[in-house]
Design a protein around this ligand. Structure first.
Ligand SMILES: Cc1cc2nc3c(=O)[nH]c(=O)nc-3n(C[C@H](O)[C@H](O)[C@H](O)COP(=O)(O)OP(=O)(O)OC[C@H]3O[C@@H](n4cnc5c(N)ncnc54)[C@H](O)[C@@H]3O)c2cc1C
Length: 443
């Protein structure tokens, strides 16, 4: 492998954390070399062509919100601000699969005082319970902080909590859930508009970053697994990349942006949360051509489901994708059984019948770190006492649950730590003007 005399930042892992660190460093005129063991970048947020469906699908449907400021700054930085579609005004449609009841949560303004915009059966005062997650002790679970039953629990806190935290409410950190509410729901309508990757995660978040990095002198090496770090005192002196030694020069540094379970293998003794639960996605092709696809009620691209197994339904062209979080038990079942179970929910939501159509099941076994309070207490910051190595990844200390926003923020912070500007972000550096997104018209 070629070595370079110019100072280089070696970045292990080209998921969103590694990509965001690389973008920030490259913008600051450092040369980044990213190594990823996989054949494509994007890590847990990627697209692939499925030959059974004849369509490009995502490993799992992702939902982001307009309050995800680091995600939006990252898109601005790579010139991809048009790659996500914003649903405006914010709306979260739901269906109860048991009785067909539908409602749409429409946050913003005086929404809590409008029955038609809040969860049926809930009262404005019920929503104040959300504040308890903000003030919760570090050891508290969401179940400790929120009332255990009632319409709001069943129809909002439970579905939202399980999908945001990828875990049961009684073993997921209340503080982290509160941080999401603080950055989105509590900031008003403009911070909780759903953002979708209509053309897929890779096209929206990954490919534009890779092109931008390559245009600006940085490099991505795919199929390059980092299997060891050589250390001399508190410096990393070499990487082993697919068995080959790559020297880390005196002016070079390393960003370790691999998942927690890989990072702690590369740095024995590193404190890290355990791997968490599976997320299962099923992608059903509903028609021979995208133009024959059914529509969701109101023409919205997604629907929250309660009372079944599937939790969120996304419609992209003629592919209906459903996602199930905290899904270890489901992931242990054969793909055909998973498809049959989830098709029942999709068919019911879309008023379809007939046998299971062409389908692809994706089981992401370690979709996130374990977000129980005790595991989250192990999250390290970006600096761990090594002179030329910093950490990034959704599992590191960001104050947020493991999400796209956390991964991107961690990458920014890791880069900031190397640049000596801890905590600054793309936008605060003044590198990029304020962003605007393409609008999906009012619905
Ligand atoms: C199915 C699913 C649904 C999700 N839904 C949402 C959602 O709706 N909203 C949301 O905000 N978040 C969601 N998430 C979480 C989000 O995808 C992750 O938090 C984020 O992508 C993590 O990025 P990362 O860079 O920290 O880690 P990763 O994406 O895991 O990146 C790490 C990279 O390191 C590489 N790597 C590993 N070992 C090595 C090695 N030894 N050498 C070199 N490279 C290595 C991997 O190949 C990978 O590319 C979801 C995750 C999954 C799996």
């Amino acid at each position: 492998m070629k070595t370079h005399s110019a100072p280089t930042v070696h970045i292990v892992g080209a998921g969103l954390a590694g990509l965001s660190a690389a973008v920030r460093l490259t913008a600051a005129r450092r040369r980044a070399v990213l190594y990823d063991g996989a054949p494509q970048a994007g890590g847990r947020a990627r697209s692939f062509f499925d030959s059974t469906l004849g369509r490009t699908v995502d490993n799992g449907s992702h939902l982001a919100l307009s309050g995800n400021r680091s995600l939006l700054s990252y898109l601005e930085a790579i010139g991809a601000r048009g790659s996500l579609t914003e649903l405006r005004p914010a709306a979260f449609p739901f269906l109860d699969l048991r009785n067909g009841e539908r409602w749409t949560l429409r946050p913003g303004g005086l929404w809590l005082f409008d029955k038609a915009r809040r969860v049926p059966g809930s009262r404005p005062a019920d929503y104040l319970s959300a504040l308890r997650t903000l003030l919760a002790a570090p050891s508290a679970s969401i179940a400790d902080a929120l009332p255990p039953s009632g319409p709001l629990h069943e129809r909002l806190w439970h579905p939202l909590g399980v999908s945001v935290m990828n875990g049961a409410l009684d073993r997921s950190s209340a503080r982290l859930f509160g941080a999401v509410l603080r950055e989105t729901l509590l900031r008003g309508e403009a911070a909780c508009r759903p953002l979708f990757a209509e053309r897929g995660l890779s096209a929206a978040l990954v490919d534009p970053a890779v092109s931008w990095l390559e245009r600006n002198g940085s490099t991505l090496r795919l199929g390059s697994r980092v299997d060891g770090l050589e250390r001399d005192g508190d410096r990393i002196t070499a990487l082993s990349v697919s068995g080959m030694r790559v020297p880390v020069g005196p002016a070079d540094s390393v960003v370790l942006a691999a998942p927690a379970w890989i990072s702690s293998r590369l740095l024995p003794g590193l404190p890290a949360p355990a791997a968490g639960r599976a997320i299962v996605n099923a992608h059903f092709r509903l028609a021979e051509s995208p133009s024959d696809a059914p529509l969701l009620p109101g023409g919205l691209p997604f629907l929250g489901l309660v009372g079944g197994t599937a939790e969120w339904l996304f419609l992209r062209g003629d592919v209906a994708s459903v996602t199930v979080s905290d899904a270890d038990a489901l992931a242990d079942r054969p793909a055909e059984a998973v498809a049959a179970r989830l098709w029942t929910d999709v068919a019911s939501a879309l008023n379809l019948d007939g046998p299971v159509p062409p389908v692809r099941i994706v089981k992401e076994k370690r979709a996130t770190p374990d977000q129980a309070p005790a595991e989250m207490a192990k999250r390290p910051g970006s600096r761990i006492g090594l002179e030329n190595l910093v950490l990034a990844g959704d599992w590191t200390e960001t104050g947020l649950p493991a999400t796209l926003e956390a991964a991107i923020r961690s990458g920014e912070r890791a880069a900031g730590a190397l640049l000596g500007a801890r905590g600054t972000t793309f936008s605060r550096l003044g590198l990029f003007p304020a962003f605007t997104l393409p609008r999906r018209g009012p619905i």
